[in-house]
Design a protein around this ligand. Sequence first.
Ligand code: KIV
Length: 263
Amino acid sequence: MEYITISHIYNWKKIKKKFAAITAYDFSFAKIFCNQGVPVLLVGDSLGMTIQGHDSTLPVKVKDIIYHTKCVRKGAPNSFLIADLPFMSYYEINQTLKNAAKIIQSGANMIKIEGGKWLIETIKELSMRSILVCGHMGLTPQNIHYLSGYKVQGKQKKEANQLINEALLLEEAGIKMLVLECIPSLLAKKITEKLSIPVIGIGAGVYTDGQILVMQDLLGITEGKTPRFVKNFLFNSGSVQNAIKKYINEVENSIYPNEKNSF
Ligand code: KIV
């Protein structure tokens, strides 16, 4: 796979080519993902749960993201690499800029932050300094206590309209990509159509420009009950490499997610 840039991803939106993304946290899996042609990887703060064993993403520190970003970049030199700014690492502008700079210097192409219109100034400040920013709306795990659990967001009309309006405001402020997590499929469709930036869904139905899954979910190694949008691609695939090929193929051809995986 050639080195993927933001321009490639914008072009895929333009020509309506769906793309696959996966979370990655270490060298070995990142190498497999990159070698199989996964164009977009995310060092998500989900590592707080999948790697560190916490019950939320809240304990994750900037230094954790930096460490895992360095590991992933070594394994995946050509994937477009997004990394999360973790909980409370972007509430104050100087701190935000310093933290984002450290993460970019560790190998990320873009940083991701969770929230709506309260992020407008932050996005402008980062963008002015040529730091690519990805938004994250809908179910935002850093707000888990405020949201009272991992629930589908945007089901009521008022809440849905607010998500649409705030997504437009974030685009105007300068985000270059948006993750939509756990919202109704038709709401995700509307937002994806209204925005000119690429939109990646997780539990947001088939209509977004790209899809992302947590790697442990995709490989069926998450113990216990998984949400309905999760699919085990390793089942009957024979190898991790084949599972990744299958995931890419199903995303690119709009086979995954289907109605059963959507809200
Ligand atoms: O942290 C993460 O893994 C994420 C994905 C769920 C999009 O933000």
